[in-house]
Design a protein around this ligand. Structure first.
Ligand SMILES: Nc1nc2c(ncn2[C@@H]2O[C@H](COP(=O)(O)OP(=O)(O)OP(=O)(O)O)[C@@H](O)[C@H]2O)c(=O)[nH]1
Length: 410
């Protein structure tokens, strides 16, 4: 039991440490992968916006510019083209945002909000800053952003944004004179901003992590069951068998199969302790086969052994399961009778005597034994109790054998 417990505690400790280390590493890796994916997507979105812008500038604007003189076409403005196109992408992929955020825009929808304004101010403060990125928002709104400055590099831009007078009348007719003017050469007026949601990749990472941990736990559970089975079959059961055998060898008398002297004393001490607590009677009967030397000498040692074995069998038939019979040495036996006062013990001893003497043994014929019986007085120790019984046995021998003698009270 202790072996299994120790084994399982070690196993669980190894698993817990293993799963914590593996889980921690895997979780960090998944988070990194998820953020890499988001970063990649945001870069793709930014590059897509730039591609639309340059396509509009190179392929659309030259063809439609003549029409601008009659009616302003915002489709010819690269920023408008990129914003409109990617706005449609945002309809299909919620959370994917492209915005050309400007402090003083011509089109009011491009006006920077407070947070965007703070990013633009960073670009304005540091002309060398090419890109800003990070995480913005909370919960489902959380996204990764990439921002690049919009700086007026081409003088042609100022045609529409320096003063209302310089701007095309058709444009002013659409957007008015109030906004989008006063821009200067090399001034950072706003930024291109893409936002990509992080929720989905993080959710995907969480699911992958849960699957990994569940698989790990399942593998461990199987391993745990398998190792326990192997431990049971290969170690615990054989060990229990060996232990039982060792216990038998240490406590049994191999000839009669009764318990040996050592075991008898263990039982006696335990039963005395119980009897003391519960105020129970307890008696011992010690008996010795009569003229056993003569049996040995006449019929041989093997026949003597057979008498000892059969005596044990006859004794067993008369005892209760709570009693204990031991071979005390040579041809001497002892019985421990629990919850038994002297009169009952005398009766049992008499029954055993009758059982031995009552029917002849094989080969050797009639056999008898002499008995000494003593009841524990709750004061003496085990050896004193046995000595009293032994003296009564000696008395029985002296009185002519094949009899039961009661030990006087101590
Ligand atoms: N066959 C056999 N004989 C044993 C064993 N142990 C002891 N003996 C013999 O038992 C005999 C005991 O003889 P004694 O002590 O003289 O006693 P006894 O002949 O029984 O005479 P009383 O006890 O006075 O009636 C000895 O001859 C021992 O060798 C055993 O395990 N097997």
């Amino acid at each position: 039991m202790r072996l299994r417990l120790t084994f399982n505690l070690i196993l669980v400790a190894v698993f817990v440490i293993g799963i914590l280390v593996a889980g921690w590493h895997y979780h960090a890796q998944l988070q990194r992968d998820a953020m890499d994916e988001v970063r990649h997507n945001s870069q793709v979105l930014m590059e897509t916006a730039l591609a639309i812008r340059s396509y509009t500038t190179d392929q659309i604007k030259p063809h439609l510019d003549p029409l601008n003189a009659e009616r302003f076409l915002p489709q010819t403005v690269p920023a408008f083209a990129a914003t409109e196109t990617l706005h449609r992408l945002g309809d299909r992929y919620p959370g994917y945002v492209y915005k050309e955020s400007v402090l003083n825009p011509t089109n009011p929808r491009d006006r920077a909000n407070e947070w965007e304004r703070s990013l633009i101010e960073q670009f304005r403060a540091d002309a060398g800053l090419g890109e800003l990125s990070g995480i913005h928002g909370e919960g489902v709104e959380q996204s990764m952003y990439v921002a690049r400055p919009i700086t007026i590099r081409q003088a042609a831009c100022l045609k529409c944004h320096s003063t209302p007078d310089a701007a095309p009348a058709t444009m002013r007719a659409v957007y008015g004179d109030a906004n989008g003017f006063g821009w200067k050469q090399d001034e950072t007026v706003g930024m291109q901003l893409v936002r990509v949601p992080v929720l989905y990749p993080l959710e995907k990472a969480r699911r992958a992590f849960n699957t990994f941990m569940l698989s790990l736990a399942a593998v461990f559970a199987l391993m745990f069951a398998g190792l326990n089975l192997a431990l049971e079959r290969l170690v615990i059961v054989p060990m229990a068998r060996v232990n039982r055998r060792l216990e038998e060898l240490a406590t049994k008398d191999f000839l009669t199969d009764l318990v040996n002297r050592r075991r008898f004393f263990e039982r006696l001490e335990a039963d005395m302790a119980e009897a003391r607590i519960k105020h129970l009677g307890l008696s011992v009967v010690i008996f010795d086969l009569d003229f056993f030397k003569r049996i040995n000498d006449t019929f041989g040692h093997d026949s003597g052994d057979s008498v000892l074995r059969h005596t044990a069998l006859r004794v067993r038939e008369l005892l209760r399961s709570s009693d204990c019979a031991a071979r005390f040495g040579g041809e001497e036996f002892i019985l421990l009778l629990r919850e038994t006062r002297i009169d009952a013990a005398m009766a049992i001893a008499e029954a055993v005597r009758g059982k031995i003497a009552g029917a002849p043994y094989e080969v050797v014929g009639a056999v008898s034994a002499s008995f000494g019986v003593a009841e524990w007085n709750h004061r003496e120790d085990a050896r004193e109790l046995i000595n009293r019984a032994d003296k009564a046995l000696y008395q029985a021998k002296q009185d002519g054998r094949n009899r039961v003698v009661r030990a006087p009270e101590a």
